[in-house]
Design a protein around this ligand. Structure first.
Ligand code: ACO
Length: 333
């Protein structure tokens, strides 16, 4: 019997229409467009409406990914969502709500929490389910309403994050040329205080104290995270390329997590990548956490820059701390 591989057959995304640009932030906090642009590369980010939730954005991105896959919702046999801004913090999972919004029933669905690394983590789970023969068509979704956990008086974080969603369909194939080549995913919990939302949770259940102290908002040791991100990402990407005997010049699209232009540039320089190989959306979407990589893939797809069989190198870093990289040929049309 021929071996079963997992292939990345389609992409979709959803970006909320409302824009929060640097000039608007200048009115809200002590910052400047010049500082934000120079330190992060971000010019604007999109913010969901009050009554637009993570699952709404995830469902819209999923609908597009499923349509582009040529499959129907009936073909999907696993729904996975990566988010740190779920509709509800405990239950039900956002994957269950997305499934319901898409009309997908009687199918396993669950969320994972790996912050910005969530989408690449999901890719590794989808690959394992498919290669083991347990599932055939897996819907993976990275969706975030990050604005729901941002303190808009904290200039160290509120300039960075935006909302949005991206989704992909990962399907079984026997064609090795279309197979996801490799995924490296890792974590180091000893850095968990670099990036966290202290509440709500078993450590700090909802209380007046949580609200008074703003423990429900994202907290980040920005500079420490920045330095570790550059070091870890560079090492991780070099490892996955060497492990698979692939040169950086063989990569058509380097698609890093869109957190900060300076991090992306430092990793790109270390790999000696050409400008045309590096995908950038950080200027227009900011950091959308688990949605950042699929939104960036969708961006080049819609610009007509991503073609069938082109090799993508995905690379990400986020709260946990978590990090991951993946070598993925695009198997869509
Ligand atoms: N406007 C103006 N000044 C500011 C702002 C702002 N928005 N924010 C901070 N500053 C000031 C600081 O107060 C500090 O002033 P001081 O020197 O008087 O104390 C100065 O600028 C330098 O601050 P740093 O924090 O050292 O600035 P840095 O160059 O590190 O940039 C940033 C900050 C943009 C947050 C950067 O550290 C970064 O991008 N970090 C990594 C983020 C990341 O990759 N996160 C992981 C993924 S996210 C996830 O998983 C959800």
């Amino acid at each position: 019997m021929s071996k079963t591989y997992a292939s990345f057959i389609s992409i979709g995304a959803y970006v909320p229409s409302k824009i929060l640009d640097n000039k608007m932030l200048e009115e809200m906090i002590d910052t400047t467009d010049e500082w934000i642009t120079k330190r992060t590369g971000i010019k604007e980010r999109h913010i969901a409406n009050e009554n637009e939730y993570t699952s709404d954005m995830g469902a819209k991105a999923s609908q597009q990914a499923i349509e582009r896959s040529g499959l129907s919702t009936d073909d999907i046999d696993l729904v996975l969502c990566a988010t740190v801004t779920p509709d509800y913090f405990n239950m039900p999972s956002t994957a269950c709500i997305i499934s319901d919004k898409l009309g997908i029933r009687d199918v396993q669905a669950f969320d994972i929490s790996a912050a910005c690394s969530g989408f690449v983590y999901l890719l590794s789970i989808a690959k394992a389910f498919i290669e083991s023969g347990m599932k055939k068509n897996v819907l993976i979704v990275g969706a975030e309403k990050f604005s729901s956990i941002v303190d808009y008086s904290d200039r160290g974080t509120c300039i960075l994050f935006g909302d949005g969603a991206g989704a992909a369909v990962i399907s079984a194939t026997t064609d090795k040329d279309k197979a996801i080549i490799d995924i490296h995913a890792s974590a180091d919990g000893s850095y968990s205080d670099f990036l966290m939302t202290p509440a709500p949770g078993s450590v700090n259940p909802a209380s007046q104290k949580v609200l008074d102290e703003g423990l429900n908002f994202v907290k980040m040791k920005g500079n420490e995270t920045f330095k570790l991100a550059v070091k870890t990402l560079t090492k991780d990407v070099k490892n996955i390329l060497a492990h698979n005997n692939i040169e950086s010049s063989d990569i058509k699209h380097f698609i890093p997590h869109q957190a900060n232009y300076r991090i992306i540039k430092a990793v790109g320089d270390a790999l000696k990548l050409e400008k045309e190989q590096i995908v950038l959306t950080v200027h227009k979407f900011g950091n959308t956490s688990a949605a950042s990589i699929p939104m960036a893939i969708n961006d080049i797809y819609e610009l007509g820059r991503l073609k069938e069989n082109e090799l993508m190198l995905l690379d990400t870093f986020g709260g946990g701390l978590t990090w991951a990289s993946a070598l993925v040929p695009f198997a869509g049309k």
